[in-house]
Design a protein around this ligand. Structure first.
Ligand code: HEM
Length: 505
């Protein structure tokens, strides 16, 4: 005979799992039939649980943006991709979600997965982000970047010098451009440089570590437990657990020490190599309504956000642009001709403002931004309580809505032959009309803070590399640049490589 204690344990052993199973069935049935989004088309499994997205990201290790292409082909322009989440594909929907009038919050699960919660990128609300972005705008405005172009140019020239030193050996353009953009950010924004360009083969530890950390952040998005465990690891332990990201840990230590020092002793700002670092702006109490400067942790998170926001994105765009120019002889020739005619004597280089007036170079850069998955993922926003009409559908308050710029840039009605690299589409009056569909930097109050810096790097780097060198793609390069959506794109397989021969005069 069983005593009452045994009976309780035995009962609990089946009652608890049965209770959980009934709850899950109820949630599944509710989400499919009675949820406010029940009428939106999409795979039933996505309506049931957010685990659908986790499966795509972590188990099948496919790419969410590429999965979305298939889902839209099957279900139409609006697809329910999670119990409370909708993705749109029509270009007009992009402008309805991301525009200056909408002050919608960013969605927490994604934006707090990077450990940059207290930064211009990571703040969820419009007001918090606005205050931080306002404080930084003096550094990133068009005028500020034009004034600071010499600092950017210094790194571009250093990159060109390193290409010259390679002689007939091919340069790994995937790494090389990233080295340049990391050196620009660390030097311009932090007054600190990691000299990534000088690393042998451009394989700088920081570049490899940032690359290796992309899938780790995807894991963080789906598991706050994993995020907590890794983020709170002491630096020495985390270098042993994950040697691939140790270059990042090293830079984090340098930045943390610098921030601690500057927060305690703001007078040491004078010792930095120039006066246009983020710390010169962010450590001014008068830049804030509370007259209080951000904590050292928040400053550190800001530096991470700028590093990740500004390095890979610019490097990726330069790489995609170079790939397409090198595989299209007519584009290569026309670009060279324009550069030589605007810049006939090598020693007499045009400045940024003059380069910005070159129509073909500008068209090549716009087309590079269109074809490049700078920020690959959809950018989720939370619809305010009153709900919103997006296109033909009404979306209830609290719903997560999103769209990846990829669907605007590859839309055939706006960009005929969308997979072809055709700079001419950006020329003339018709080309001007296309500008509103270039959404690489997103739109609205949460659009890119570093847009002017990015453009400066793109103009200077492209003009200098293609004017100073004859470039020839190395046969080891891939035939196509394939990527996986890890918020930023992740690349596998061989890198784009090119032989660069210095031109005379
Ligand atoms: C070609 C280069 C670049 C591209 C394609 C790009 C693209 C973008 C996009 C699409 C967003 C919106 C992200 C979102 O809504 O979650 C964004 C935001 C941001 N970008 Fe860039 N970016 C580039 C370069 C830079 C640079 C050079 C910096 C600074 C050093 C930078 C800093 C930021 C920051 C701080 C944000 C967050 C703004 C906010 O949330 O309000 N980006 N960028």
């Amino acid at each position: 005979m069983l005593d009452s204690g045994e009976l309780d344990i035995a009962s609990l052993c089946w009652l608890i799992p049965s209770g959980i199973a009934v709850y899950w069935v109820y949630i599944a049935v509710f989400n499919i039939f009675w949820h406010p989004l029940a009428a939106f088309p999409g795979p039933p499994i996505a309506a049931i649980s957010t685990l659908y997205k986790a499966y795509i990201d972590l188990v099948s290790k496919s790419s969410f943006v590429h999965t979305l292409e298939k889902l839209h082909a099957q279900y139409g322009d609006v697809v329910r991709v999670g119990p409370n989440e909708i993705h749109f594909q029509s270009p007009s929907a992009y402008l309805e979600i991301y525009n200056v009038s909408n002050r919608w919050d960013k969605e927490e699960t994604l934006y707090h997965s990077f450990g940059e919660d207290r930064s211009s990128f990571g703040f969820l609300t419009y007001d918090e982000a606005k205050e931080r972005k306002n404080a930084l705008s003096r550094l990133f405005s068009q005028k500020a970047i034009a004034d600071a172009q010499a600092l950017v140019l210094e790194k571009v020239v250093q990159l060109c010098d390193s290409f010259e030193e390679l002689g007939p050996r091919p340069a790994d353009l995937f790494y090389a451009y990233r080295c340049m953009s990391v050196d620009v950010i660390t030097y311009l924004c932090f007054g600190n440089t990691v000299n990534a360009i000088e690393a042998p083969g451009y394989e700088a530890p920081i570049i490899k570590a940032m690359d290796a950390s992309l899938p780790v952040f995807v894991g963080f998005k789906h598991s706050s437990l994993l995020k907590g465990a890794i983020m709170n690891c002491p630096p020495n332990v985390s270098k042993v657990v994950s040697p691939a990201t140790s270059g990042l840990v090293d830079l984090q230590q340098i930045l943390k020490a610098q921030i601690k020092d500057l927060s305690k002793n703001p007078e040491r700002l004078r010792n930095l190599p120039h006066s246009t670092t983020i710390y010169h702006e962010l450590l001014r109490p008068e830049a804030y309504s509370s007259k209080t400067v951000p904590s050292a942790d928040s400053l550190y998170e800001e530096s991470q956000a700028l590093l990740f926001g500004g390095a890979d994105t610019t490097g990726t765009t330069l790489m995609h642009g170079s790939f397409y120019v090198l595989t299209a002889p007519t584009v290569y020739r026309r670009l060279k001709e324009e550069l030589i005619s605007a810049w006939p004597v090598l020693e007499d280089a045009p400045d940024l403002c003059e380069l910005q007036k070159l129509p073909y170079l500008t068209a090549v850069l716009k087309e590079s931004l269109r074809m490049s998955p700078g920020v690959a993922s959809p950018l989720p926003r939370v619809v305010p309580a009153s709900g919103a009409r997006i296109g033909k559908v009404f979306v209830p308050g609290g719903t997560i809505v999103e769209m990846s710029g990829h669907f605007v840039h590859r839309n055939e009605a706006i960009f005929p032959n969308p997979h072809g690299f055709i700079p001419d589409r950006w020329l003339g009056d018709e080309g001007k009309d296309l500008d509103k569909w270039l959404v690489a930097f997103s739109k609205g109050p949460r659009s890119c803070l570093g847009i002017n810096l990015a453009w400066a790097e793109l103009y200077l780097c492209f003009a200098y590399v293609f004017r100073k060198f004859e470039l020839e793609i190395d046969p080891s390069s891939p035939k196509e640049l394939k990527w996986r959506d890890c918020f930023l794109p992740e690349y596998h397989g061989p890198h784009l490589k090119a032989r660069l021969t210095k031109v005379a005069g």
